[in-house]
Every structure is written in C-alpha cells, then in structure tokens.
Design a protein around this ligand. Structure first.
Ligand SMILES: [Zn+2]
Length: 360
C-alpha cells in the first residue's frame, strides 16, 4: 500500500538540481518498479517506465519532472567563498540567507548564502535588493585550497537548497522544497499504483523527466522516445491565495482540488482533452480548478510539439511559494489529483483516444 505522505516527504528531501537528478531517479525507479513491465532511461537521463498494453495499442504518456531549481559552482574565490551560476528561475532575494548543500564527489558540503549585516548599511542601502552577481556561499573554508582540496568543491558541482519537509502544524499542508515538481512525481507514482491491477487496452508510460527548469529538455527527448498518442503532464500549479499575489496573476487555491492550465506561456491545452478532464471531474464530483497564467513553461508543451503533435494537458497540484526553499502543498490536493488522473485513464480506450485526437 502506497503511503503518499511518506513518499512526498522522501521526494521533497531528495537533492536533484537540473542535470543532477540521480538521487530522485533512484527513488522514482524503486517506486515505479512494481507497476511497470519495463523501465529505461533516454539519452539525457529521463526515466521511462512502461505498463505495456496490447500490440499497436495507443500510448498514454504521463510526465513529471525530477529536477528542482538549484545552483552550480562557478569558481572558488582566493578567500574560499563559492561563486555560483543559477540553475532555473530564482529570484535573487530568495537565494540569500539560506542553507545549501554543495554536492561534491566527496559528498555533501553545507554552506550558506551570507547576507551583509544591516549594522553597517546606510538607510539607502537597506532598501536595496542584493543582485545575483554579488552573492556567494560561505562553507567555512580557510581559503581556496581548503575549499577545493579538503572539501572537494569543484567548478560545475551542483548545489541544492537545504530544507527538510514536514507536515505544517497539524494541517494537511506539507512544507518543503522542490514541490515543483516532486508533487507531480508523487501524483504519477500514485496513479500507477491505483491502476496496477488493471488490464488496460493501451500502454501507459510513466516518464520522470530531467532538466525541465532549464528549458524542458528531458521532456523533449522523452516525448520523441515514447511518441505518445495522449500526453498528461503532472505539475505543481501556481496558487494565488496568499497576501502579495493577486487572483489576476494566478487563480489556484490550496485545498480546493487539482487544477488544469488553460493558458501558460508554453502551451494551450488540447480542447478535446480539456473538456474530457472537466467532464470526468464532474462525473466523480471532484472539484477542479482552472489557471490562466501569463508566464510559466511546462513539459506538456514538449509532448504537444513532438512529431506530428500530441493532444496534451497540464494537470497541477496547487503550490504556494514556488522556486524557494519553503513551498507549501496540501496533501488532499495530491490525493484528488491522483483520483482525477486515474479516472481519466480508466475511461480511455482506443476509440476514445481516436476521438480525442480528432479535430473538426
Ligand atoms: Zn515544474
């Protein structure tokens, strides 16, 4: 029996900046194993699990990305401080004053992004934003050779945020890093668990992609590896339910069920698939939210554009404070996202899939 809460905590705690997803891949591989007939990786590291259907039957691709936003060592200063490159979309303000783990060949090295003390600042300086170029990580090294030789820090080493996942104050909220997109991975694993005993008239591909945060790269290659008929991307959504964000900017709320994106800057959903998901949610009385975003990119866009084009949609778990050390999801939303995707999948057969692929 899958323990969803335990799985979520394990996935959130795993370190996997873009391009360095190995720890996450090991968890997903272990979790998917009982549910799939085969598993392989593509040439950039996306993990492709297959629950095989009859020969020449339709291919349904679920995707969720393993990578999280992180940093990468640029160089070590003569004083032993670490200068870095960002991996993925960080606000400079979210980087400072945090704990990080530099993933070296000798193991994890704890560091902090130091911030200048306000004691020495003018009133003018206190109101300023600290720019990325001036930021650094302090690992307590004596100098450059101490950082490099003793601690094993090298240019190109990945750096992951340090933040331990936990349930928040007895609520259904779970606090942690990397819900983007470990929440989606948990949904994917949960769906594969829920359909494990079903003999389906199509194949289901559970694809854990790499390098989403730096340009949907793993989704690109894996979509070509699978050549799906239908694509369901599973993501962290954008909640707009806290002070400082407006409903205009994002419409999802935590605890109000999964959402579908009706617009983001990478994709419009297939309209048949959009209506199919909305109908399915209605049939099982499951609250479904909608989000129209000006920005955001997600892996569904790569499925949609592969080969001759694939009907695709992005289904999300509402998330607060994305791309930071501390983001929030609601366990109930993860459960209902699994229920929604499971029910959608179980309604499919080759004729339904053909219908979804049809344009009038
Ligand atoms: Zn994401």
């Amino acid at each position: 029996m899958l323990n969803l809460e335990t799985l979520l905590l394990e996935l959130s705690n795993a370190q996997g900046p873009s391009g360095f997803e190995s720890e996450v891949r090991q968890i997903v591989r272990k979790e998917l194993k009982p549910y799939v007939t085969s598993m392989e990786t593509d040439g950039v590291g996306s993990l492709i699990g297959l629950k095989t259907g009859p020969p020449n039957s339709p291919k349904i691709m679920l995707s969720a990305h393993m990578d999280e936003v992180g940093l990468l060592v640029r160089y070590v200063t003569p004083d032993g401080f670490i200068k870095f490159q960002t991996l993925g979309g960080w606000l400079d303000q979210a980087i400072i004053g945090q704990r990080w783990q530099i993933m070296t060949s000798k193991g994890g090295v704890l560091g902090i992004t130091g911030i200048k003390t306000p004691h020495v600042m003018s009133a003018d300086e206190r109101g300023k934003i600290f720019k990325g170029e001036g930021l650094f990580i302090d690992v307590g090294a004596k100098d450059k050779s101490d950082a490099e030789d003793r601690l094993g820090i090298k240019p190109g080493d990945p750096i992951a945020p340090c933040a331990k996942a936990e349930k928040l104050n007895g609520s259904d909220f779970i606090l942690g890093k990397a819900w983007d997109d470990r929440a989606g991975l948990a949904v994917m694993i949960g769906v594969m668990d829920s359909i494990k005993d079903k003999d389906l008239p199509f194949s289901v591909y559970a694809v854990a992609t790499v390098q989403e945060e730096i340009g949907l790269r793993g989704a690109h290659t894996s979509s070509y590896a699978v050549h799906p008929d239908i694509g369901l991307n599973l993501e962290s959504g954008v909640a707009g339910d806290y002070p400082s964000i407006s409903q205009y900017e994002a419409q999802e709320k935590l605890g109000a069920g999964p959402a579908i994106f009706l617009h983001d800057s990478s994709m419009l959903p297939n309209l048949n698939l959009r209506d199919f998901v909305i109908e399915t949610a209605k049939e099982i009385d499951l609250p479904l939210q909608f989000n129209v975003l000006s920005g955001y990119g997600q892996d569904g866009a790569e499925m949609q554009k592969a080969f001759e084009g694939t009907p695709a949609i992005n289904i999300t778990v509402p998330t607060r404070y994305l791309h930071s050390h501390n983001s929030l999801i609601n366990l109930k939303d993860v459960e209902s996202a699994i229920k929604l995707v499971e029910t959608c999948i179980l309604k499919l057969d080759p004729a339904v899939v053909e219908g979804l692929k049809n344009f009038d």
